[in-house]
Design a protein around this ligand. Structure first.
Ligand code: AOS
Ligand code: ZN
Ligand code: ZN
Ligand code: ZN
Length: 430
């Protein structure tokens, strides 16, 4: 028997925090009532919100300089699912896992699906990987994959994506996320448009192989590891590709994949308008694709993205159905704690954005009341909705204080004993 956190333990921890939560919830409820907001509606929205955790996020990521694994890290995808189970058991906001192939490759996918189901988890979009050479792979991706100058290498990369779709079908997923590292490091290395044309030809093959109810998510990224040009570098390239491919192709926004100070919420708004927003890889950053914990550096930016998302949701924007996923690399924290905290911050931004009275906002905007509009948005952002998030967890049998409960449970200590050869699973460093 391996260690798991019992419902009784969570209940006992919650009892210690219940009285204070009831007080804080009542106080916030009165404050919101004065503003015409029903706290119960906010709690219902918090309870309905969900975001996927990345399977690679539960192991220590590392940088290109070093990786410092912690004790009791997952050894394989089954261990990863156990850790994802704890994140959901305590936080109650992450019922899905986004898998990665080949890092999560197994012989028996129905066993993996069952393992996930035992934690009430299902699978979100499958991530393909043609940015590394897999063990035993015939042709190298050193100079590209789906856009490689060599047709054989391109065919191999297409084949890998088709295999990802097959695996995803077995796992009950319905989307494929494609991020490629293809690009060039030197001016003159590659013909910029020829590389894009090759991308289109490869993606066309993948697109045509998608099952009926499937989508393909195209993930752009400004730079890294290609430092001169990246084939799908921005939302313009992504949008161009998704438009040419057809309605099953959409654009995925990873928050860390833009130049500093880019107005990401405006990109989100445009993609919503074009019915091309696939969804997100949430994370935070200071400089580049830092993959820091969501909401840890710039929670206002996260909130402004959700301001657009909630606006689209409430006005029932056509075709609006984004996949919410986290993509982070945890280098110096316990990955389970980071993912609990990140999901909480994403859910917080969603609830905060839900506080805004859209009709009132539209009215002040119509009158060009500049500060009036700003104050409405800012008031929502500075409202501490923590009691709503905690109450949502409590009502779903999660932990009122999930990180304190996790620490008190001794889960990591137990896993350190159970997983002596820990830290051997492939975890992403990208
Ligand atoms: C790379 O920078 C992208 O963010 C990828 O989405 C992701 O980090 C990678 O696929 C991890 O598997
Ligand atoms: Zn990403
Ligand atoms: Zn990234
Ligand atoms: Zn990354």
């Amino acid at each position: 028997m391996t260690f798991s956190i019992s419902a009784d333990f969570i209940g006992a921890q919650n009892r210690k925090a219940e009285a204070a939560l009831a007080e804080d919830y009542a106080a916030l409820g009165r404050q919101l009532e004065r503003r015409g907001v029903d706290i119960e509606k906010m709690t219902a929205r918090a309870m309905a919100y969900a975001v996927a955790v990345p399977s690679w996020g539960v192991g220590t990521g590392g940088t290109r300089f070093a990786r410092f694994p912690g004790p009791g890290e997952p050894r394989n995808v089954f261990d990863k699912i156990d850790d994802c189970g704890v994140i959901h058991q305590l936080g109650r906001v992450t019922p899905t896992v986004s898998p990665h192939i080949p890092w999560d490759k197994v012989d028996d996918y129905s066993a993996l699906r069952q393992k996930a189901a035992s934690h009430d988890l299902t699978f979100d979009a499958v991530n393909s990987n043609s940015f590394q050479d897999a063990k035993g792979q015939k042709l190298s991706y050193k100079f590209g994959s789906l856009t490689h100058a060599d047709p054989g290498t391109r065919a191999q990369a297409v084949e890998h994506n088709l295999e990802c779709i097959e695996i995803g079908r077995k796992l009950g997923s319905s989307a494929l996320t494609v991020w490629i590292a293809d690009g060039s490091n030197f001016p003159g290395q590659s013909n910029l448009n020829a590389a894009f044309d090759r991308y289109m030809a490869s993606l066309r093959e993948i697109y045509d192989a998608l099952p009926k109810d499937w989508s393909v998510f195209l993930e752009h990224k400004l730079y890294e590891p290609a430092f001169y040009s990246t084939v799908i570098s921005d939302w313009g390239s992504s949008f161009m590709a998704a438009s040419e491919l057809g309605p099953k192709a959409k654009c995925l926004v990873d928050l860390g994949h833009h130049a500093p100070n880019t107005n990401i919420e405006q990109i989100v708004a445009r993609l919503i308008r074009a019915q091309k927003l696939a969804g997100f890889h949430f994370n935070d950053s200071k400089y580049g694709d830092d993959d820091l914990d969501s909401g840890s550096v710039d929670p206002f930016r996260l909130f402004l993205v959700f301001n657009e998302l909630v606006d689209a949701e409430l006005r029932k924007a056509p075709g609006f159905n984004p996949a919410y996923m986290i993509d982070q690399s945890h280098n110096v924290t316990d990955p389970i704690e980071s993912l609990i905290q990140s999901a909480n911050e994403i859910q917080r931004a969603y609830v905060q954005a839900s506080l805004i009275d859209r009709a009132v906002l539209a009215a002040v905007q119509a009158e060009s009341d500049v500060l009036g509009g700003h104050l409405l948005v800012k008031q929502a952002f500075v409202t501490d909705v923590s009691p709503v998030l905690a109450e949502a967890r409590r009502r779903k049998s999660g932990a009122i204080d999930p990180i304190a409960t996790y620490r008190a449970s001794g889960y990591r200590r137990h896993k350190a004993e159970e997983r002596p050869d820990s830290g051997t699973a492939s975890a992403g460093i990208v």
